[in-house]
Design a protein around this ligand. Structure first.
Ligand code: ATP
Ligand code: XMP
Ligand code: GLN
Ligand code: MG
Length: 531
């Protein structure tokens, strides 16, 4: 049985209005979604192959769908196998905005000419001949700066299409279709370098699509609680993988509000947690009224990991073992039908590829690691949210600060911070080094200004000298980053004195480590975790 996801289907019925972005694989697609949610309008990203489903919804009179955005793409409309969905059932029925590839596609499908540009345009440009009367461009200034990223250009528009803005390099920088609220723009309003891009998106979403901007964290809570109540049967019991992290804790409070004591939280000690984490997390949940069971399962995880050193193989082994533990615990609960998880949007984006678009970066254990055959159906109420949005929802639900501002910690835990194979001895070594780093961050007031931090055990040994004796021991890398949503991140510029203190303390206190290095890579091109 394929895992069913509650989030997408039922939110639709509970949310009054929404926008849909049809994704053609642009690196900026998620940014468009964020910008629209910042306008307090609910929005989802769907692969472009969903165009027929949208047409069907519109045909059936679904008036919650207020507008469609066509994203950019690494493809060229001139390639034979470029994405080319039939948009006939969408155009004219609901406002449409094509961005870059989306704009080129609309022109190309209607007989316009898209050619390789003589000058490829990447970076800043200025809009001239801007039609101030156009509702899409209302409030934008002549010469406003926009961000371009294209190699093709729209040479000729279909007859009747009207140019509403140009740049010195590109005659067709923005255009409108005759007699319907469909627009194409060559530039990217979603990036902050398009200085009035947010205004343009607001013009589209509010002015043209007529969205009411009612989507707030409180609104999300209400509609999701209702959706959960409608989806989960009145006698169904739900098992929730609870980790002490923000995502699963917010999911727990949402589900608890929806179904009360029929929610059973399971916190698994997979032997890959941080120092003292098992006890601390169980304690943090006390007083929240949740029903939480701690399960000790370290030996099972170590057995599943034995001999594995490839990062993806380790993730999958951990994901599978989690499910085995959840399945077993579920059998102790009569009527258990559902497995809830705190999966959030970046977990999904990085793990699945929507055919052509975004490539798989790493299969987060809770997405790509799920086995094909499972006894429980999956419910993931946060599957469409970014981390900072999850925190906002958590605050609206009254989640205590200690959990709300906890650094993210990956489900596979230290299993993906020990490069290579996993043994209990290595886990113990890393727990102690990580413990020193995290407690000093807290003591020196640097924990809250850092988005995520941890230590990584490297599979190398290096020579040192301690008390006149030669040592040949392990190396630990410290990783600390600043970020908004984990999608991009910069290495945290921690003070040198602080780094010196951490290094000293780790080398002096953790026998087996004689060298500490600091990771100064940003994401991209690196990722936050090393595996
Ligand atoms: N030790 C664990 N026991 C039970 N479930 C877990 C455990 N670790 C992770 N999970 C499940 O996997 C999901 C994904 O883990 P992930 O680390 O991305 O989220 P989180 O732990 O809830 O939040 P954060 O990203 O802030 O750490 C969790 O939401 C939870 O459902
Ligand atoms: O639950 C998880 N299962 C995983 O397999 C996984 N891999 C990375 N992460 C977390 O995701 C965020 C982004 O990490 P990366 O830059 O390494 O992809 C960071 O917060 C990482 O800690 C994971 N979380
Ligand atoms: N950013 C985009 O959508 C680019 C579209 C197309 N690949 C081009 O180069 O023109
Ligand atoms: Mg976590």
């Amino acid at each position: 049985m394929p895992p069913a996801s509650v989030s997408v289907k039922s939110v639709k019925s509970a949310v009054l209005e929404q926008l849909i972005i049809l994704d053609f694989g642009s690196q900026y697609t998620q940014l468009i979604a964020r910008r629209i949610r910042e306008l307090h309008v609910f929005c989802e990203i769907h692969p472009y192959t969903h165009a027929p489903q949208l047409a069907e919804r519109l045909r059936a009179g679904d008036d919650s769908l207020r507008g469609v955005i066509l994203s950019g793409s690494p493809c060229s409309v001139r390639e034979a196998d470029a994405p080319n969905p039939d948009l006939g059932g969408i155009l004219g029925r609901v406002p449409v905005l094509g961005i870059c590839y989306g704009a080129q596609l609309l022109a190309h499908q209607a007989g316009g000419e898209v050619l390789p540009a003589t000058i490829r345009e990447y970076g800043r440009a200025r809009l001239s001949s801007l039609d101030g009367e156009s509702p899409l461009l209302a409030g934008l200034h002549q010469d406003t700066q926009v961000w371009m990223s294209h190699g093709d250009t729209i040479k000729t528009l279909p007859a009747d299409y009207e140019v509403i803005a140009s740049t010195p390099e590109v005659a067709v920088a923005a255009y409108k279709l005759p007699g319907q609220p469909t627009y194409g723009i060559q530039f990217h309003p979603e990036v902050t370098h398009s200085t009035e891009g947010k205004q343009l998106l607001e013009n589209f979403v509010v002015g043209i699509c007529g969205c009411a901007q009612s989507w707030t964290p409180d609104h999300f809570v209400d509609s999701m609680v209702e959706a959960l109540q409608n989806t989960i049967g009145p006698d169904d019991q739900v098992i929730l993988g609870l980790s002490g992290g923000v995502d699963s804790s917010v999911a727990a409070l949402l589900l608890h509000r929806a179904i009360g004591p029929r929610l059973h939280g399971i916190f698994v000690d997979n032997g890959l947690l941080r120092q003292n984490e098992f006890a601390q997390v169980l304690q943090a949940y006390e007083g929240l009224g949740l029903n939480v069971t701690g399960v000790q399962a370290a030996p099972e995880f170590y057995a599943a990991l034995a001999g594995l050193s490839d990062p993806e193989a380790k993730r999958k082994a951990i994901g599978r073992t989690f499910i085995e533990v959840f399945d077993r615990e579920a059998q102790k609960v009569q009527g258990a039908r559902w497995l809830a998880q705190g999966t959030i949007y970046p977990d999904v984006i990085e793990s699945v590829s929507v055919k052509g678009p975004a490539v798989t970066i790493k299969s987060h254990h809770n997405v790509g690691g799920l086995p094909e055959k499972m006894n429980l159906k999956i419910v993931e109420p946060l599957r469409m949210l970014f981390k900072d949005e999850v925190r906002e929802v958590g605050a609206a639900l009254g989640l205590p600060e200690v959990i709300l501002h906890r650094h993210p910690f990956p489900g596979p835990g230290l299993g993906i911070r020990i490069l290579g194979d996993i043994t209990p001895e290595k886990v113990d070594l890393l727990q102690r080094a990580d413990g020193v780093f995290i407690s000093l961050l807290k003591e020196r007031g640097l924990y809250d200004t850092t988005w995520q931090a941890g230590a990584i055990l490297l599979p190398v040994q290096s020579v040192g000298v301690m008390g006149d004796e030669r040592t040949y021991e392990r190396v630990v890398a410290l990783r600390a980053v600043t970020s908004v949503d984990g999608m991009t991140a910069d290495w945290a510029h921690l003070p040198y004195d602080f780094l010196a203190e951490v290094s000293n303390k780790i080398i002096n206190q953790v026998r087996g480590i004689n060298r500490v290095v600091y990771d100064i890579s940003s994401k991209p091109p690196a990722t936050i975790e090393w595996e």
